[in-house]
Write a protein that binds this ligand. Sequence first.
Ligand SMILES: [Zn+2]
Length: 190
Amino acid sequence: MIYRPFSKSGLVTLPKEAREFLGLDSNDGKIIIEQVGRFQARIVGLNSELDKLLPRRRITNKGQFTIPANILRSWGITGKGEVSFHIQEPYLIVSLVGPEIGCKLCESAGTLLGHPCIVCDGTGKMRLHPMGALGEFASVTMNARKFGITLHTEENDTGVPQIHVSGSLNLPAAYLKLVEIYFKSRLQIK
Ligand SMILES: [Zn+2]
């Protein structure tokens, strides 16, 4: 994941990897950007056959482009902010991200009981998610397999949401318990 700030008008600089992926080695390329989720958009290069009819954005000679105003509006953004870029063939995905803070689970240590922390991916830093704690839970859930952990929510018989954390043999039960307690508190589940 690569993070880049954008200005109040939505101007953002494409990371080098992203420009290479889009085949924008010349200085004045064009791209197509299209919203695909609540806080996500996808980008393809212009030579793609996929979206010939969609509006095009110009890439400046500094490798910058402007996130369209309608996308910024749908994100609820009126000032500057930050996005992340990642490649998901055949698209470059751009996602709105919240501010970076110290990890609340491992208290910025990056490790938890001697193992890499699942919430911050071992970095000690995490991003507040634009969708709040639920979004954070969803993104950690997606990354959990790498840690040998399964995370999901489920309602019990009386309709109260529960969090289930299970994991591989090389993680101590206390680690899984800490993850469970953390998300119970983040999601305000009793
Ligand atoms: Zn952490």
